[in-house]
Structures are given as structure tokens and as C-alpha cells.
Design a protein around this ligand. Structure first.
Ligand code: SAH
Length: 256
């Protein structure tokens, strides 16, 4: 998801394409719980930041797994409205907050959070940049848990490599990301591949069913049509080549 929030047409397309999906990226509640289970002990009321929270399915899960204060941060109002609705329905106003801000310009003081969470979003600010930024925002010994698009094998077919070199040129192998994490001052506590069905169940499959209607709605905009085509190409490549790449969930701790 490349974002230009100042472009109204683009913002409306993003809302139409992602806003009604159960999640805005690959993931599942089981995956969130599994990663959470890899953390060490947390404070009784931890301060938690969920970066690129989308409509907040995992944000709500974090609120139910802890008795902490959780902030969901996202750049889009429609995403945060989705989260705010869930918070209200769950009666968690006061414990879960939303902040509309770019992850590139987060304004929290250093050493604010016990846990920073981010599913399918840190690539937007660049993984290395995110690791460094989160290191400052975490309390000493605080945790970072994030899923990052990674090569699972180092021999991807040419058409797959070309696609991701355009979409996310910084994509690395899992081993290279683990090394980067260590170099940025974290100890890795655990990591795992997201199961392939987490790409489809709450993300690609519902998105696929939206494409024909959106092609009609945006028929007059070549840029919008190109974005829709890109999403479809991404899904086709995933269907063929999911053994070669995917999201790696990595759970680590600021080593102090
Ligand atoms: N974590 C959610 C959403 C992942 S998709 C989930 O797993 O379902 C990536 C999210 O990042 C989207 O909700 C998108 O709106 C948000 N996003 C994109 N650019 C951003 C930016 N610059 N700052 C903050 N959030 C951003």
C-alpha cells in the first residue's frame, strides 16, 4: 500500500479497496495470539502502540490480552473510525485510543512504550528505519512485535523478484532481517512464517470480490485502474509463489 493522503481520488480508492475488509493485510487472531505468547512478562498495565493499525482487529486483541492502554496509530481516518467503532462496541473507551498520524512523524517522547506492535505496516517507513525509531520509543527492555514481508528462499523466480523489486525494493531474507534486528539493539525472542491462509481468509479473498465493482466505479481513472490491476497481479503471484516469500512475524526485546 503506497500512500499519498493528499490525493483525494487515491484516498477514496484506498477506503473502497481496504476499508470494508476484515483486515488490511495478511494476519489472523491466532497469529496475533501466537506472537503475543512469545513476549516475556509485561507490566500490569502496559503502554502499547500499534503502528499502522488499520481497522484494528489486532489492536482489539491486544486490548483483550492485556489490561494495558493501547494506542492504534494510522494515517487514514476511515481506518481509525473502524477501530473506534470496535472500541465502543467492546466498551473499551478509555483503554484503547486512536491517533491519526504518519508513522514517519510520530511525536511520542522517548521511552514511552512497554510494547510496540505492528502487523504488515513497518515496511511503509522502511524496516530498518522502523527498528531504530521503535528502539527510541520503547522503554529499556520493552518489546517490539512486527510482521515483515520477507523472502523465505533466496532463489525467487524472475517475475516474482521483479514485482517485489518495484513494490518493495528493500525486501530482505528472514536471516538478513534477524541480523538487522540484532544490529539495531534487540534480542530476538521468536519468529515464524504467517500461514498461507492468513493471506486469503480476511484479506485477498474478500478483496478479490470487490475488484469488479471497483473497476466500474473507477473506470474513468487510469491511475486507479492501474492500482487495482497491481493488487490483482500481487494476488496471482502469491497464488503461484507463496513458498518463496511471505510475512515473518518477529518478536524481539530491546536489549539494554
Ligand atoms: N495492521 C493492520 C493494517 C495493515 S495495512 C492489519 O494487519 O490488518 C497497513 C496500514 O498502514 C493501513 O491501515 C494504512 O492505512 C496504514 N498506513 C499507510 N501509510 C501510513 C503511514 N505513513 N503512517 C501510518 N499508517 C500508515
Amino acid at each position: 500500500m503506497d500512500v499519498n493522503v493528499n490525493d483525494e481520488l487515491f484516498a477514496s480508492l484506498m477506503k473502497d479497496l481496504y476499508g470494508s475488509l476484515p483486515r488490511q493485510g495478511p494476519g489472523s487472531t491466532d497469529v496475533t495470539r501466537k506472537a503475543f505468547g512469545m513476549l516475556g512478562a509485561l507490566q500490569e498495565q502496559p503502554k502499547i502502540l500499534d503502528i499502522g493499525c488499520g481497522t484494528g482487529t489486532q489492536t482489539m486483541e491486544l486490548a483483550s490480552l492485556t489490561s494495558g492502554h493501547v494506542i492504534g496509530l494510522d494515517i487514514f481516518d476511515w481506518a481509525l473510525e473502524g477501530l473506534a467503532q470496535k472500541v465502543e462496541q467492546a466498551g473499551l473507551i478509555g483503554r484503547v485510543h486512536t491517533i491519526q498520524q504518519s508513522m514517519d512523524a510520530m511525536e511520542f517522547p522517548e521511552h514511552t512504550f512497554d510494547l510496540i506492535w505492528s502487523e504488515g505496516a513497518l515496511y511503509i517507513m522502511g524496516f530498518e528505519n522502523a527498528l531504530k525509531t521503535c528502539h527510541k520509543l520503547l522503554k529499556p527492555g520493552g518489546y517490539l512485535a512486527a510482521s515483515e514481508l520477507s523472502w523465505f528462499r533466496d532463489d525467487p523466480p524472475a517475475e516474482l523478484r521483479e514485482f517485489w523489486m518495484t513494490e518493495y525494493p528493500d525486501i530482505k531474507t528472514v536471516d538478513d532481517n534477524l541480523q538487522l534486528i540484532a544490529d539495531c539493539g534487540y534480542e530476538v525472542l521468536g519468529h515464524f512464517h504467517l500461514p498461507d491462509e492468513t493471506w486469503w481468509n480476511s484479506f485477498y479473498t474478500p478483496m478479490l470480490s470487490l475488484l469488479p465493482g471497483l473497476r466500474d466505479k473507477y473506470a474513468g481513472s487510469p491511475d486507479a485502474l492501474a492500482t487495482l490491476q497491481e493488487s490483482e497481479t500481487e494476488m496471482e503471484l502469491h497464488r503461484k509463489y507463496s513458498a518463496f516469500y511471505g510475512y515473518e512475524f518477529i518478536v524481539c526485546r530491546r536489549s539494554d
